[in-house]
Design a protein around this ligand. Sequence first.
Ligand SMILES: NC(=O)c1ccc[n+]([C@@H]2O[C@H](COP(=O)([O-])OP(=O)(O)OC[C@H]3O[C@@H](n4cnc5c(N)ncnc54)[C@H](OP(=O)(O)O)[C@@H]3O)[C@@H](O)[C@H]2O)c1
Length: 362
Amino acid sequence: MDAQEMAHGSAEAAAVVVYGATGHTGRFVADEVRRRGWTAILSGRDATGLQALSDSLGGAPVRVAAIDDPASLDRAIAGASAVINCAGPFLDTAAAIVEACLRAGVHYLDVAAEQPAALAVFEQYGERAREAGVVLVPAMAFYGGLADLLATAAMGDWPEADAIEIATSLDSWRPTLGTRRTGERNTARRLTFTHGRLEPLADPAPTRVWRFSGPVGTQDVTAVHMTEIVTISRHLKTTEVRAWMNLAPLADLRDPSTPSPVAADESGRSDQTFLVEAVVRRGDRERRASARGRDIYAVTAPLVVEAASRIIAGKVSRRGAFAPGEIFDPQDFLAALTPEFLTYEVSPPEAPATAGGREAQQ
Ligand SMILES: NC(=O)c1ccc[n+]([C@@H]2O[C@H](COP(=O)([O-])OP(=O)(O)OC[C@H]3O[C@@H](n4cnc5c(N)ncnc54)[C@H](OP(=O)(O)O)[C@@H]3O)[C@@H](O)[C@H]2O)c1
């Protein structure tokens, strides 16, 4: 089997490169790839750290590769079914890895939280990915991917909506070093989607009160510039997309003394809890979808690995750069992660999924 055949080969035999495998998120992703019975090829620039991780996993393959060394990236991804890029800031890593994936005909997913990194994948590489016969899915993570799936599920069979709002409540946010570095590195203007266009978010950001369901209850929230603004506005027909977050996690993030996440159980997950709500409005009608779970870093692993598995298994026939709701049936996707990694609800429950068997039709 040559590299091209392997790249489009069966899900059973998948070998997935996890770039940035030594990072906090990369470890969760490598674990999830292996849990599915696939080979996780551990990759990144830190040879010592990668070897130590491999030893701790009983000898997973290691391929050292640097972002500024294209030949090393080509060797790292040769023969793989997909690459999952967990090395952020993605403004520094995504372009070089996408280029390598296009050269090799290998699918690419990342967990970028930076709007300009996700935008660049869509705008600079979508057409080339189509020509190269690969799928690119940026921001397939807690921020970006999860909200996009929820918004698509809430939209149901509506062809368009007046506005789509995402509200996230975290009980706390202990940021990793990668999160802090990414925030410092990303100096681009924060974007929101209004009047049908990506526009700079007002400074100071607008605030409001959001009535979250269940025990989370009513919270003050502020407008945030998450990647879902970019993904949702690419494919759901609306003129307004807003993302909101409660204030406690943002205060944690701003405080340089807030420590990194700590494992609360054997899985490595912290005890941080999240609730994400997507509300879609059309005239005087409203549809909602929400998801609850634990640990925004840990839940990113099943999200991005589930996406990779659907692409590798041939459930996506389109080629190019996509938001998750464009190529996956959102309710079917979320159901696959329930209840182990999250729980979700769509209301009214009879709202048919937009994708409605779309995966099957592709
Ligand atoms: N969208 C979301 O919901 C979401 C969720 C989770 C994570 N993320 C993002 O994922 C990124 C990683 O987060 P994390 O928590 O895993 O951070 P982390 O624990 O600090 O790990 C960062 C990883 O990226 C690697 N890396 C960084 N810059 C690199 C470069 N220029 N070349 C090669 N490798 C590089 C690091 O390698 P070294 O050790 O060699 O520096 C390390 O393996 C961040 O950008 C974060 O925002 C987003």
